[in-house]
Structures are given as C-alpha cells and as structure tokens.
Design a protein around this ligand. Structure first.
Ligand code: B12
Ligand code: SF4
Length: 507
C-alpha cells in the first residue's frame, strides 16, 4: 500500500455517481470516500447522476485538457442504466481518458466489465489506497502489477492483483463534506424518512466477518470486517447535525453491529443528540448483546434494525452458510426480545433458493410463508422484507455450485445487463433462475402483496391512518385463509397510493 502519494498532479479526476434512486437519494458515500483519497493530490469533482438532469452532458462540459481520469461507482441495478451507456460514449469520444470503475457491480462482475472494451481498470473492493496509487502509476508510467485491489486486461488476459489487508478506517482522510456541499447542497441529501425529517446516510465499516453463500459482500471482503472508532463516527455525525440539521441516521454498513463495544461507545456519545438511527446487523450477534446494551441503544435513538433472517428452515440456513448460530427458533425468540426493548426488527427473507426437486423448492416457499406469519403473530411490528434469491458469484460455495449446475449463467456482455429482465434480477424481484417456475414466483409475489396489505410498512410515512385501516381490512381474509391468488384489489390500492417498498426504494 502506498500511503505517501504527496505529489500534486496537474491531472484532474471526475468521479461519477450514476443515478441510483428516483427520489430520496442519499449523500453519495462511495464517491465522497473516493474523493477523500484524492484530497491534496488531484483536483477532483463529483458529478451525481441523482442531482443532474443530463449527467452525461455535465460530465462532458466539465472536461478540461487536464482531465485524464474518470471514475464511476457502480452497484447492480438502476445505476447500470447510466453507467453503461455513458462509459461507452465517453470512451468513444475521448479514448485517451482512462475509465476506472469501482463498487460492488464492478468488483463482482469484473470480467464482463473489462471485456466491454470501454472500462480500462476495475478497483476490486476498497479504493482508498488503490485508486491514488493507480493514478500515480499511470501519471508516471510506473508498473501497476504491485498495486493491490486492482483488475485490468493485459494482452487479452485478465490480471487480478493481490487483495489488500482491510483498510484502517481511522487512518483515512476526512470526508470532504464542505467541498461536496459546494457542488451539491448537503441539505437536499438529508431526506425525510421514517426515522426523521433530515436523515443522514453514513458508512462506518468495511466488510463483514461472515460468509453467507448468497451475499455479494463475501467475494470482496472474504469474511473480514473493520470499523471506524465510535469517536470518529460521532464527530462526523455531530458536524452534519450542527451544520446542516441532520436529525436521524441510516448506517449503510453491511454489518454495523459486529462490535458490541463500539455500539456501546457510540450510543453513549450520541445519546444526548436526540437523533434516531437505524443500521444492519445479525440476529445471532445482537442476541448476544446484554440487556443493558439493548436498552442503552434504544435510549440513544436506535429505533429499527435490519436483519438478514433469510429463512426459518435450519437446513437451508446451513446451506446458505449463514455461519454463526442463527436458527429458526432463535429468529422467533429474538423478535419477541426486540419487542421488549421497543426496537423494531426489520427481517429480510430470501425465498426461492435452489433445491433438488421442484416440489422441494415449493415446499420451502410455503414453509417460509408460514414462518413469516408466525413472526408477525409474535411481534406484529416486525417489518418483513422479501427478496427472491438472486445468485452472486461466490465461487466455490455449495450454493453457487448448485446454481451453476442448474444451467444459470450471468450475462456475458455488459450491455445485456440493461435488459429489463436483468434489471429485475438485480432488484431481486425475478431472478431468472431455472429452478423457479412462474407459479413459484407468483406465489412469493402474491404473498408479499397480501402481507404488505395486511401489515403496511411503517417506513411509508405518507400513508394515512385511514389508508392503513382500509387496506388491512381488505387483505384480512386472504391473509388469514392463505388465499393469495390474484390479489388485484390490493395491488390497485398500492398503486394508487404509491405504496413504498423499502427493499427497492431504500430501507
Ligand atoms: C446506499 C446503498 C444504496 C442506496 C443508493 C444510495 C444513493 N446514492 O442514493 C439505495 C438504497 C438506493 C440502494 C439501492 C440498491 N442497492 Co444498494 N447499497 C447501498 C449500500 C448500503 C451503501 C453504499 C455505500 O455508500 N457504501 C459506502 C462506500 C464508502 O463503500 P463502497 O461503495 O464499497 O465504496 C468503496 C469501494 O467499493 C470502492 N469504490 C466504490 N466505488 C468506486 C468508484 C471508483 C472510481 C473507485 C476508484 C473506487 C470505488 O472504494 C470505496 C471506498 O473504499 C451498499 C452496502 C454497502 N455497505 O456498501 C448497498 C449495496 C451496494 N446495494 C446493493 C444492491 C443489490 C442494491 C439494489 C440494486 C437492490 C436491492 N434490492 O438492494 C438497490 C437498487 C434499487 C434502486 N432503486 O436503486 C448490494 C450490491 C450487491 C451485489 N450483488 O453486488 C449492496 C452491497 C448491499 C448488499 N449487501 O446486498 N443501495
Ligand atoms: S451477515 Fe449479512 S453482510 Fe455478512 S455475509 Fe451474511 S448476508 Fe452478507
């Protein structure tokens, strides 16, 4: 790792965040953190596709004779709609500018990305040291093979350099919030959510210590996790609260709650700020927390936590390599425990995992539908998020081997990801996996519609009490009798009222 790049290059860098949300876009943490690593070395600017009418024109207008590099951050799904055509156009018109992609899509689908011919380099995982090192090497014609976390093509061969040790978050340069504010005003990034009027997005750790076989974090971080110290998180949060009025926080870490000690420290620091917060964690990890910790967290503003419950079936949990000690029984008991502390558990389920026979796949779907209803009976406030299993390339895992055996393949051409069907795949709505029949997809979708009718999400803050009552009444009989076929009457109301799905529009 080269931490000592102190030369001031005259070359300039544009960092682009393709549109990721129709509204309620958040502070673009990925590009902000990438910008931080260039501070003092390169002149950089951020272009946010969420904030521009025509971001491509904006990029082109910002080019100067010194613009030598353009970085795109790319996660799967909607960001591809701008990332792919824009990168292609830029490469056609300005072939001398180096196009560098980072983010989860780029890292996990690097082969397709690089074979497109219009992306020159992929940053594989954290870019905090890799990016400035790469630019420095390109500026000075130095070899790049020794730069960790880098993927590129040489003589038609894809070269993947060694993965770096996890970055020490506390050693990174401060995030350039004021510079971002000069480009795009920060208050517009602080959206109204279930948590508060001005919700801040914040990311405070890299990776995750687990290896769930369906998870895109695993191939990038290989069961490693490192968090920023509580003091540093508090300092940033307080700065944004005092300067721009943030009143709530969404922690966007893959696993915010790995360290109980860090959570306690942060809770103590933030307690008097009267901020409401939310983060993602694991049931078996937080179940080990002491009662005092859970009470302190709630007192400090933790109102809701997102958990990957995945399934109530212990055999499938094992197949998913969920690790730790999570079991169906524990998922149910934990929902009750959270109720005691007045913290809403937001449980996400992954339905439609592969099995040996069609009947087994269907039985599993039915099992989880029943299981979700049990959770709701124990703690009706539990929020349920349903995803259909979409494979990620976790090479070597049993689950991924099964996926490949079934004949499933990812698109081979980058542009193919723009097809509607692959967009649905990314949104984990219809995964195109050969073992799922239409009947199964319908069953999952229809159950989800009825469930959301009977228990509308609390995170839809625009929904009026009378609307909640009406849709609950309308869905009651279906929910109680397990009659999920063609729930058009519920769908119509959800459409008219523009019902919000946290799994797509932000948690
Ligand atoms: C915030 C977020 C969103 C926001 C978008 C934010 C915005 N700007 O408005 C919303 C809620 C809209 C969203 C949506 C989706 N998301 Co999202 N999202 C995230 C989340 C939680 C945080 C991203 C972030 O800010 N990270 C913080 C930065 C600092 O980390 P980073 O992005 O990894 O960046 C580092 C490196 O990757 C690298 N890097 C990244 N970009 C670049 C660019 C360059 C040029 C360089 C050099 C380096 C580089 O360097 C950075 C610093 O080290 C991540 C999980 C996570 N913890 O990262 C999921 C995540 C990226 N999302 C994911 C997915 C799948 C989606 C969806 C497509 C589907 C879904 N159901 O969730 C939807 C799309 C729906 C839609 N309508 O947009 C997955 C990707 C999984 C995969 N298969 O690859 C993730 C990993 C969550 C997960 N664990 O499943 N998301
Ligand atoms: S605990 Fe969550 S983030 Fe960690 S590997 Fe499993 S699914 Fe991924």
């Amino acid at each position: 790792m080269d931490n000592n790049l102190s030369h001031n290059s005259k070359n300039e860098v544009i960092i682009f965040n393709p549109r990721s949300a129709n509204n309620k876009y958040r502070i673009p943490m990925s590009v902000l953190q990438v910008a931080a690593c260039l501070e003092g070395i390169y002149t950089w600017t951020i272009i946010d596709g969420n904030r521009e009418k025509d971001p491509l024109i904006k990029i082109i207008n910002q080019l100067t004779p010194h613009t030598k590099y353009i970085g795109f951050t790319v996660m799967p799904g909607p960001q591809l709609k701008q990332a792919i055509p824009f990168a292609k156009k830029i490469k056609e018109q300005f072939p001398e500018i180096k196009m560098i992609w980072g983010g989860y899509f780029a890292s996990n689908q690097f082969k397709t990305v690089l074979e497109s011919g219009y992306v020159d380099y992929v940053i594989n995982g954290p870019g905090d040291y890799a990016f400035p090192s790469l630019l420095n090497a390109l500026d000075n014609n130095l070899p790049i093979d020794g730069i960790e976390n880098l993927i590129f093509v040489r003589n038609k061969e894809i070269i993947k350099t060694q993965k770096a040790e996890l970055v020490n978050y506390d050693d990174l340069k401060p995030l350039p919030y004021d510079k971002l504010n000069a480009i795009y005003d920060i208050p517009s990034y602080l959206g109204k959510t279930y948590l508060g009027k001005k919700t801040l997005a914040y990311h405070s750790s890299f990776g995750c210590p687990f290896t769930c076989s369906f998870c895109a974090v695993v191939p990038i971080y290989n069961a490693k996790w490192k968090g920023k110290a509580a003091q540093g998180i508090y300092k940033d949060v307080k700065y944004i609260k005092d300067k721009w009025g943030a009143d709530s926080i969404e922690f966007h870490d893959n696993n915010f709650f790995v360290s109980e000690k860090r959570v306690i420290e942060f809770s103590k620091l933030v307690k008097d700020e009267q901020m409401i917060w939310w983060g993602e964690g694991r049931i078996d990890t937080i179940n080990k927390y002491k009662d005092e910790t859970l009470a302190l967290m709630r007192e400090a503003g933790c109102k809701m936590i997102f958990f990957g419950a995945e399934t109530g079936n212990d055999a499938i949990l094992k197949k998913m390599d969920k690790g730790g000690t999570q079991t169906g029984k524990q998922i149910l008991e934990f929902a009750a425990r959270m109720k005691k502390f007045d913290i809403i558990p937001e449980y996400s389920f992954v339905l439609g995992t592969p099995a040996d026979t069609e009947q087994e796949v269907m039985d599993q779907i039915n099992f989880d539908i029943d299981f979700i209803k049990q959770i709701k009976a124990i703690n009706p406030d539990t929020e349920i998020i349903i995803y259909v299993y979409s494979p990620v390339p976790t090479e070597g895992s049993d689950m991924y081997n099964k996926v490949l055996d079934s004949g499933f393949r990812f698109p081979e051409k980058l542009e193919d990801w723009l097809n509607n069907s692959w967009e649905n795949f990314d949104l984990r709505k219809n995964p195109l996996t050969p073992w799922l029949t239409h009947e199964m997809i319908d069953k999952i979708k229809n159950f989800e519609t009825v469930l959301n009718g009977y228990y509308p999400t609390v995170s839809d803050i625009r929904m009026k009490p009378y609307q909640r009552k009406l849709i609950k009444m309308l869905s009651g009989l279906r929910y109680k009798t397990n009659f999920f076929h063609y729930p058009y009457e519920i769908k119509v109301l959800q459409k008219i009222w523009n019902y919000r799905q946290p799994e797509i529009q932000g948690f």
